[in-house]
Design a protein around this ligand. Structure first.
Ligand code: NAI
Length: 331
């Protein structure tokens, strides 16, 4: 099928081209993000392939449908950027890659914990500068540390598995407890209790209306002072101004984020010559106990191979008229 690939980077092209030797789709790569303004690039393409910061709002979907698009193939697990009601109304099929490497994301979350706790970013720079002082580098043992996991699906489960290896006490909140996590020794408790007990909290739930700003001024007030918060899920889970307030007051002792609510204006681009206009982002960057990575938790070779293969297989299923197990449906 003829596929317009938006937000494509050199690595997308490399992995999709390699996987396409098994499928033979006609792949055309476009660098811009998909928005209503760039949607005309996809004229006469029956398939549009997108990533997390492409905008599949009602306006864009209407343009795509009018131009002949039938299938939107997401190269991601999350689909919070798609207006599913409008897509259904326009008879557009949406498919996704539900799991490409939960290990990649969980391992990145753990990397952020180690980096923040042991101040590895400061230590690295100090030693390069021949400053061998330990002042300000004091950390805490992960052994026996109470860790709260919000969302124990595929990624949350991998995260629990790794943290179990450190000897942490594991707590979780998820409306649908995962038996594999219970077997690992995770104790499910109410969200309020998790917020009050955990010294480290890691978010692994999807961004849906119920989880939008699940971390807000009220929930931050329930934390133990100095708690570490890690978010590798979606930026919209955290109310950024409230988190900034909690960092200033010391309620949050550490913040590690791989995702940011306004990231579509920043991430995946080199803006090193630009004056960034997002004051909240700039403020976060200025704190010594905040670590920001630019949505790279998924970014491993294994994940990119899986994303490419599943995406092209989803498209092949659609072309063959077969039901696709990875179709996103309105619930
Ligand atoms: P999953 O669907 O396997 O698990 C999500 C879990 O969240 C489920 O167990 C579900 O019951 C739970 N959940 C739903 N509503 C909840 C609520 N109100 N409170 C607490 N838990 C709730 O998803 P998976 O694969 O584990 O991914 C989780 C999220 O990670 C994705 O939705 C996506 O946003 C994010 N992600 C981030 C990546 C990155 O590179 N930073 C890459 C891939 C995913």
């Amino acid at each position: 099928m003829k596929v317009a690939i938006f937000s494509s980077k050199s690595y997308d092209q490399e992995f999709l081209d390699a996987a396409n030797t098994n499928y033979g789709h006609e792949l055309v790569f476009f660098e811009p993000r998909l928005t209503a303004a760039t949607a005309p690039l996809a004229k006469d393409f029956s398939v549009v392939c997108v990533f997390i910061n492409d905008q599949l709002d009602a306006e864009t979907l209407e343009i795509l449908a009018a131009q002949g698009t039938q299938l939107v193939a997401l190269r991601s697990a999350g689909f919070n950027n798609v207006d599913l009601v409008k897509a259904a109304e326009l008879d557009l099929t949406i498919v996704r890659v539900p799991a490409y490497s939960p290990y990649a994301v969980a391992e990145h979350a753990v990397g952020m914990i180690l980096m923040l706790n042991r101040k590895l970013y400061r230590a690295y720079n100090r030693v390069r500068d021949d400053n061998f002082s330990l002042e300000g580098l004091l950390g805490f043992d992960l052994h026996n540390c109470p860790v709260g996991i919000v969302g124990t699906g595929k990624i949350g489960q991998c995260f629990a598995q790794i943290m179990k290896g450190f000897g942490c006490q594991l707590f979780a909140y998820d409306p649908y407890p995962n038996p594999a996590c219970i077997e690992l020794g995770v104790t499910y408790i109410a969200l309020d209790d998790l917020l009050a007990q955990a010294k480290i909290i890691s978010l692994h739930c999807p961004l849906i209306p119920e989880t939008h700003h699940i971390i807000n001024a009220q929930t931050l007030a329930a934390l133990q002072p100095g708690t570490m918060l890690i978010n590798t899920s979606r930026g919209g889970l955290i109310d950024t101004p409230a988190a900034i307030g909690a960092i200033k007051s010391g309620q949050l002792g550490y913040l590690g984020i791989d995702v940011y609510e306004q990231e579509e204006h920043l991430f995946f681009e080199d803006l090193s010559d630009t004056v960034i206009q997002d004051d909240h982002f700039q403020l976060l960057q200025s704190f010594p106990n905040v670590l920001i990575t630019a949505h790279q938790a998924f970014f491993t070779r294994n994940a990119l191979e899986n994303i490419a293969n599943t995406t092209l297989s989803n498209i092949a299923d659609f072309a063959a008229g077969c039901p696709c197990v990875n179709q996103v449906k309105l619930t």
